[in-house]
Design a protein around this ligand. Structure first.
Ligand code: PHE
Length: 359
């Protein structure tokens, strides 16, 4: 009896089986009750003793060979299935934890953090005041009496008053300058503070929104001058815009609470919509400033014959637009998450001077 054809057939079929079901079919065809090898085994009984002995030995060997080939293949198929499962259920535990859920920092908040870090480095503390302010702090104490035309120019939001309400009139503060009065009244002189925060004016078009952000600066001492103001502002702009060269232009102006007063422009260029600070032939107004008026010092309980100093008020939203190339002011207040994801900052990246602020 020659078993080589059967051997080749079943070992080949076992090797080719691609899953356990196919493998079981091969087993049944060879070794099952009605399988070919089993049928041959059954035929042994009709043989002569000599012939039966030789054929029986060959068939036993063949049966064992096929049986172990089937077992080996079954184990290999099981390993492959486990591998595939492990691959599909693999988890990368080193992935960052839900970065989106933490959210992003709004550009205005980022800029507030940046300028706070810069002014803190120059010795300015942060002062605060209420957004609903009395008209005394917002106007009178800043040398803007009721009949003063500047009151109209401020487009003020007035809080509702019931008839007979004799509390002082309240407004939404139109600038951060009332914090000058509160800080000096509270801390006296000498003093060096900034006051970032929200201010409100009835104004709404492409470049104006009814609420914007300002930062007030105030430095009072015995010999503080406009020269100190100029240095502080130039130093601030260099650090904030992260450029070595900045050029500021001081234009004579008028504010009731400073004398003399100056508006300050910064040199920039606009090449194909790309703004560059410190070069080019364009000027953008970024702040109002001046030497604090003696009447303002007196209103806050500081002796104007002994002390003097400077103050400035800067628009934060415009600083953010300039630095981060944001074209439309109104987008700041839309609350559009897609916009925020584009312009926002990573929540864990706190600006600091050592890191170059925005890095
Ligand atoms: N309060 C002024 C404004 O809102 C800015 C300013 C502040 C000017 C301090 C001079 C000094 O326009």
């Amino acid at each position: 009896m020659d078993t080589s054809a059967l051997r080749a057939k079943f070992l080949g079929a076992a090797a080719a089986a691609s899953d356990e079901a196919a493998l079981e079919e091969v087993r049944l065809a060879a070794l099952g009750k009605k399988g070919e090898i089993s049928a041959l085994m059954a035929s042994l009984g009709k043989m002569e003793p000599e012939e039966r002995k030789a054929a029986g030995a060959l068939l036993n060997i063949l049966r064992d060979e096929i049986d172990s080939a089937l077992r080996a293949k079954k184990a290999a198929l099981g390993d492959a299935a486990l591998d595939a499962r492990l691959k599909s259920e693999w988890l990368d535990v080193t992935m960052p934890a839900r970065p989106r859920r933490i959210g992003t920092i709004h550009p205005v908040s980022q800029v507030m953090e940046e300028l706070t870090a810069i002014f803190a480095d120059m010795g300015f503390a942060v002062a605060e005041g209420p957004q609903v302010e009395t008209d005394w702090y917002n106007f009178d104490a800043l040398n803007i009496p009721p009949e003063h035309p500047a009151r109209q120019e401020h487009d003020t939001f007035f809080m509702h008053r019931d008839a007979g309400d004799d509390r002082p009139p309240h407004v939404l503060r139109t600038h951060t300058s009332p914090v000058q009065i509160r800080a000096m009244t509270e801390k006296g002189a000498p003093i060096r503070v900034i006051a970032p925060g929200r201010v409100y004016r009835m104004d709404m078009d492409q470049t104006h929104t009814p609420m914007v952000h300002q930062v007030e600066g105030l430095a009072i001492g015995k010999d503080i001058s406009m020269a100190n103001l100029k240095w502080v502002l130039e130093e601030f702009c260099r650090a904030f815009f992260e450029v070595d060269k900045v050029e500021l232009r001081f234009r004579a102006s008028h504010f009731p609470f400073t004398e003399p007063s100056a508006e300050v422009d910064i040199r920039y260029s606009n090449v194909g919509g790309q703004l560059r600070i410190g070069e080019g032939d364009k000027w953008m107004e970024i702040l109002g400033s001046g030497m604090v008026h003696p009447k303002v010092l007196a209103a806050a309980g500081v002796d104007p014959t002994e002390y003097q100093g400077f103050a400035f008020g800067m628009g934060i939203d415009r600083l953010a637009m300039l630095k981060y190339g944001i074209p439309d002011l109104r987008a700041f207040f839309d609350g559009d998450l897609r916009w925020l994801r584009h312009y926002g900052f990573a929540a864990l990246d706190m600006p600091d001077l050592a890191g170059g602020l925005s890095a």
